[in-house]
Design a protein around this ligand. Structure first.
Ligand SMILES: O=C(CO)[C@H](O)COP(=O)(O)O
Length: 154
């Protein structure tokens, strides 16, 4: 697959981001992990989630990365922020079926997770599953996703 994956978090998601980044670096489907912070013990550790979510969305928009995994307390703020970048589809998904459908139905490039909501082992499993799905542009879902893109172009 050779995915280039952005990871990012705020201080509420830092523990999970570190573990998920390590998992992704060890995954043969991943060519590159781009860590947008925040970083433990660094000056950026209190950067608010919108800054990270928007930067991740811009990295997707600009073709610097294929996908992103973002972690905050709930995942919601990261999803809201990344979704503000035109062309980016981000969602929080805390169960296996929603993770699957976020790709196969919605072609989301961004998965967001809440460190205060789900356990670490579930988060790790969901990210591993998420990497295994690819959107089928010939599927019946493609025309529905296109309606979102067309709205953005107006
Ligand atoms: O979960 C968050 C945003 O969705 C964030 O980690 C915490 O935000 P806060 O509750 O506004 O501090």
């Amino acid at each position: 697959m050779n995915y280039r994956i952005v990871v990012g978090c705020d201080d509420a998601g830092l523990d999970y981001k570190e573990q998920l980044a390590a998992d992704l670096r060890a995954d043969p489907r991943v060519a590159e992990v781009i860590d947008l912070g925040v970083h433990r013990g660094a000056d950026d550790v209190h950067r608010p989630y919108p800054e990270i979510g928007l930067a991740a969305g811009e990295a997707i928009r600009d073709g610097e990365a294929d996908r992103a995994v973002l972690v905050c307390g709930t995942g919601i703020g990261m999803a809201l922020s990344a979704n503000k970048v035109p062309g980016v589809r981000a969602t929080t998904a805390h169960d296996s079926f929603s993770v699957e459908r976020s790709i196969l139905s919605n072609n989301c490039q961004v998965l967001t997770l809440g460190q205060r909501v789900i356990g670490l082992e579930l988060a790790r499993r969901l990210v591993a599953e998420w990497l295994g799905y690819t959107f089928d542009e010939r599927s019946a879902s493609a025309a529905k996703v296109s309606l979102i893109s067309e709205y953005e172009r107006c």
